[in-house]
Design a protein around this ligand. Structure first.
Ligand code: ZN
Length: 293
């Protein structure tokens, strides 16, 4: 019997000595990150952090796509009240901008920060589509290996918001390409991501997981304390370069965009940028509830 915990939205296994693989497993939803998956991931990472057998963690997505981003289809019957808070902001149910900022602090900003600082090496194995919130999941990992068919995109400027909540774009892509890819919302390829320094390796899809497991196994032969301190040293170098300050400013601007959209469109995003299927439901909602705030 496995010694690994079970999760509604994740599969955990040990593909090599001292390597734990966390596989997001909502393939029908293209591994979109809903509340359940957010808290499952946090619990799985907590387990990995404290598990004596784990030195390296792989974050993967069950085929065909790594992650389509945040699940905007609703809360699958659950609310934040159904989960134990990770952060200390509280006030998730407060009206207006207070509640939204609190919720997004909890489920986007603080969890991403927490996972980025997990004191063991993490490797994202990315195949297929990696969109918006999917980028956040890949970016919080220390290394990113992409299959040759992987494509990436942050399309949320079209939805009236200045990029996803974990605004690592300038650090991951460089300032100029970050602007271009945010302004246009264009997909970029694994090769392009590799050229920009966002991705460590691009590997044929059929070989990607073997490559990632071999890399994780190699890292796992090193002393854990040296791995932990090396990670901390590099993360602190990034922080010293202004990462945390820039992240806080971008998050505040992100909240300003949501508030602006609420005032103008009576919803947190500009419906003009939503996919047609989502927009249909949105139009019905707007008819039922005229703009007020
Ligand atoms: Zn947001």
């Amino acid at each position: 019997m496995s010694d690994l915990p079970g999760f509604e939205t994740l599969l955990l296994d040990r593909p090599a000595d001292n390597v734990l693989r966390v596989t997001m497993n909502r393939p029908d939803a293209r591994n979109a990150q809903d509340l359940q998956m957010t808290y499952d991931l946090n619990e799985a990472f907590n387990f990995a952090a404290h598990d004596a057998e784990t030195k390296v963690i792989i974050l993967a997505g069950s085929d065909p796509h790594f992650s389509a981003g945040h699940d905007l289809r609703g809360k699958a019957g659950k609310t934040l009240d159904d989960f134990t808070p990770i952060s200390t902001w509280g006030g998730h149910g407060a009206p207006g901008a207070e509640g939204r900022l609190s919720r997004e602090h909890e489920i986007y900003l603080d969890v991403s920060q927490r996972w980025r600082d997990l004191p063991k090496p993490t490797i994202a194995a990315v195949q297929g589509k990696c969109i918006a919130g999917g980028l956040m999941l890949a970016w919080v990992c220390d290394l990113i290996v992409a299959s040759d068919d992987a494509t990436f995109c942050d399309p949320v400027v079209a939805m009236g918001v200045c990029g996803v909540e974990w605004f690592a774009h300038p650090h991951e892509l460089g300032y100029r390409k970050a602007k271009e890819l945010l302004f246009t919302g264009d997909f970029f390829t694994a090769e392009e991501a590799h050229r920009l320094g966002m991705v460590n390796h691009v590997v044929p899809r059929a070989e990607m997981m073997d490559f990632v497991v071999a890399m994780a196994a190699k890292i796992a032969t090193k002393p854990l304390f040296a791995l932990r301190t090396t990670k901390e040293a590099v993360n602190k170098a990034q922080d010293a370069a202004g990462f945390q300050q820039q992240m806080a400013t971008a998050f505040a601007l992100h909240q300003l965009c949501h508030s602006h959209n609420m005032q103008v469109h009576n919803m947190a995003v500009d419906p003009g940028g939503l996919a047609p299927s989502v927009k249909g439901r949105t139009d019905a909602r707007l008819k039922a509830k005229p703009a007020a705030e």
